[in-house]
Design a protein around this ligand. Structure first.
Ligand code: PEP
Length: 255
């Protein structure tokens, strides 16, 4: 089954409004031809409104938040609600990134609550999962991925998944310069798809796009994207530079 690749930049805590505007200008100048992949940029909250405005030129690049609250409006100091994100035309939200899990203590239950809340307002999910090196070395790759998927997707419908992607990001490959080999990535992606088949059936899993994340660079994008179950990438460090993000998309997209 054909799945259009989707490349998403995750800027993490980088680029305030003025750097965001400069990036958008430079990136749009490079995007001259027809695109064969979807493109998403996840900026810090403070830069989202500037980014949606800068990308409103009809070329279809969509904007993502890197997090959202699991609560509605109210007494939650420092939080941003899904309704606020929709109000400024944000379309996607990254949920479950390993930095949210490990630094901010987000459990599968919290991640699930955020996903449910995001879907209530129609935000498209970029649902991140992945194992640590210790878990992989202990032979727990499959059990960790299975529990992240089943607990994270509790109450998420097949219809919700049509609008979503899963990002498989081995924690040991994020920001380390160590990329999973194409074989390791393909094996994990095929396993993730098989879990989705168990939960939702073959039609849903066949359509679901699964991104790879973890030290994707212009020089490894083509090999990773050639794997049958890899449908795009979530890119951290290498997405901060407009040329390098553009090169990853060009090298990893079908011609
Ligand atoms: C990420 O933060 O999701 C990520 C994949 O980072 P990097 O590309 O820097 O490894």
């Amino acid at each position: 089954m054909y799945r259009r690749p989707i490349f998403a930049a995750n800027w993490k805590m980088n680029k305030g409004p003025s750097d965001t505007e400069a990036f958008a200008k430079s990136f749009l100048n490079k995007l001259t031809g027809r695109q064969t992949s979807d493109i998403v940029i996840a900026a810090p909250f403070i830069s989202l409104a500037v980014l949606t405005e800068a990308l409103r030129d009809g070329r279809g690049i969509e904007v993502a938040a890197q997090n959202c609250s699991q609560f509605d409006d109210g007494a939650y100091t420092g939080e941003i609600s899904v309704k606020m994100l929709r109000e400024i035309l944000v379309r996607h939200v990254i949920i479950g990134h390993s930095e949210r899990r490990s630094i901010f203590g987000e459990t599968n239950a919290i991640i699930n609550a955020k996903m449910i809340k995001a879907r209530q307002v129609g935000l498209k999910l970029i649902f991140c999962i992945g194992e640590t090196l210790e878990e992989r070395n202990a032979g727990k790759l499959e059990s960790i991925l299975r529990s992240q998927i089943t607990e994270g997707l509790e109450g998420i419908t097949a219809h919700d998944l049509e609008d979503s992607v899963i990002a498989y990001e081995p924690v040991w490959a994020i920001g380390t310069g160590v990329t999973a080999s194409a074989e390791q990535a393909q094996e994990a992606h095929a396993f993730v798809r098989s879990v989705i088949t168990d939960l939702y059936g073959a039609e849903v899993s066949g359509k679901l796009r699964i991104q790879y994340g973890g030290s994707v660079k212009p020089n490894n994008a083509a090999e990773l994207m050639a794997c049958p179950d890899i449908d795009g990438a979530l890119i951290g460090g290498a997405s901060l530079d407009a040329q390098s993000f553009y090169d990853i998309i060009q090298n990893g997209s079908p011609s």
